[in-house]
Write a protein that binds this ligand. Sequence first.
Ligand SMILES: [Fe+2]
Length: 269
Amino acid sequence: MKVKKPKYIMMNKPKDWVFSDPRLQEMKQDYAAYREEDFEVWRILFERQIVNLPNAASKAYLKGIKGIDFTSDKIADFEDVNRRLADSTGWEIQVVPGLIDDDLFFGLMNNKRFCSSTWLRKMEQLDYLEEPDMFHDAFAHMPMLTNQHYVDFLENLSGLALKHIDNKWAVELLSRIYWFTIEFGLIREEGEIKIYGAGILSSAGETKYSLSDQPTHHEYDVKRILNTPYWKDKFQDKYFIIDSYEQLFESLTEIESVLEEMVAEEAGK
Ligand SMILES: [Fe+2]
């Protein structure tokens, strides 16, 4: 089913230099190369986490994972994902060799391409990984790409990052927004707190922890997030709760103005 696209004024036009950038190699998912161990790793991670999600994940995620048709017995097939995304938000999966430069990362997303790796962790790495693998990229991120407000936020946040790409401080600030929303965001649905952040959705431990009373929970607050550094090697001590994905999209104007103030302040020091 085709989702009706909201009429938004896009703040930043897509930058098509991305497609001719030499760093963007012709990379594809080689599905035939997955071995039995890969299928087993996908199955274990999928089954272990999917049971935690009906009561913990946001509705958009649960609807998305159904719509995108991920199952435990089949490693995500990106051709299939792209066909399904084409029918919903028009986004596509772009295979990348792992972590890529910020300008290319944001450039791709500003062109409705979500970056994903194709390798899966090994059996002995089930619980800890230094770099996200495709279980994280696919299972946790891709279902959310079926939500129009969410992807519009992502596209325009990336446009804003590109506008400031030569300013390290600005990119760091925008990474905080990305971190506390796309990776570690929570949403309030019918009075209950649910998860939409991919960093949480791909971790059984953090799923439980993020909704417990161990960390602190805060209302979504652009200024506060921009002033909050984050860490990558342990669970967050705070999470921010949005009320809707529309709110996320609409906050772009505030993100842009607070960011510009903070960048100007830093430059004046
Ligand atoms: Fe991620």
